[in-house]
Design a protein around this ligand. Structure first.
Ligand SMILES: Nc1ncnc2c1ncn2[C@@H]1O[C@H](COP(=O)(O)OP(=O)(O)OP(=O)(O)O)[C@@H](O)[C@H]1O
Ligand SMILES: [Mg+2]
Length: 233
């Protein structure tokens, strides 16, 4: 059985080389971002997640909402083990696949094909499984010969096509998706929604961050709202 369990998870990022005195009074609240605090003379800390507890099991499709900087991506990256919690504990049972925006998981100097093989294997596929998934990824991405060139030359939407196709070509039990539907053209969005729908049927747990309530209505059966790194509803 797949499970995602977060127990009192806090994630803080230190930001070095910022004069703490340049921070204005913490009490002046801003609409976006986590909480900034002073940490010594030259370090500032952002608390991106504060004391988040959450349990997801088979069939849970969670939508994450919240303002820019509220902690959605940080929560997804913590579940994906890209970040370690500063405090608290996280347990994920089941094979996990992630789709993040540009720059996560893919190596810019490798070609599309090389990234497909590498990322598939990082997602737990065997060499044979990675090879077998290639025709499907070629068809979905429609990138043609661009799959032979380094992905640093891709546009944002082209990269999203590739990352989304790879993550959904393996069959994870836990799928983590961060805002992919916004990048990419209308053609991609239509295809991505269709593929996502098939995928959501098969995955045990889905966690999706999006600013589109339309997307969340279609794919999610639970929702949480984050505000300054805390669950508020
Ligand atoms: N690498 C980093 N170093 C320092 N601070 C960071 C880093 N990544 C994120 N943050 C901070 O953590 C907080 C939460 O950011 P996060 O990216 O999780 O927000 P988000 O809810 O995904 O926002 P958006 O809707 O804009 O995607 C923000 O205040 C941000 O400034
Ligand atoms: Mg984000």
């Amino acid at each position: 059985m797949a499970e995602v369990l977060l127990e009192n998870v806090t994630v803080r990022y230190p930001i070095y080389g910022v004069g703490a005195t340049s921070l204005r009074n913490q009490l002046i609240n801003v609409g976006t971002g986590g909480l900034l605090s002073r940490e010594g003379r030259t370090t500032v800390e952002v608390t991106a997640l504060r004391d988040v507890s959450l349990r997801l099991t088979n069939g849970d499709r969670l939508g994450l909402v919240g303002h820019n900087g509220s902690g959605k991506t940080t929560l997804l990256k913590t579940i994906a083990r890209i970040f370690e919690p500063t405090l608290g504990k996280i347990t994920v049972t089941g094979r996990i696949a992630t789709v993040f925006g540009l720059g996560t998981g893919a190596l810019p100097d490798l070609s599309g094909y090389e990234n497909i093989r590498r990322m598939s294997m990082l997602l737990g596929a065997t060499f044979e499984e990675a090879e077998a998934s290639i025709p499907d990824i070629e068809a979905f991405t429609e990138l043609g010969n661009f799959l032979n060139v380094p992905i640093r030359t891709y546009s944002a939407g082209m990269t999203t096509r590739l990352l989304f196709a790879v993550a959904t070509a393996v069959h994870p039990e836990v799928l983590v998706v961060d805002e992919v539907f916004g990048a990419g053209d209308v053609g991609f969005q239509t295809k991505a929604r269709k593929r996502m729908a098939e995928f959501v049927e098969r995955a045990s747990i889905v966690i999706l961050a999006s600013h589109s309530s339309d997307i969340l209505d279609q794919f999610c059966n639970r929702r949480i709202m984050l505000e300054h790194g805390q669950i508020v509803g």
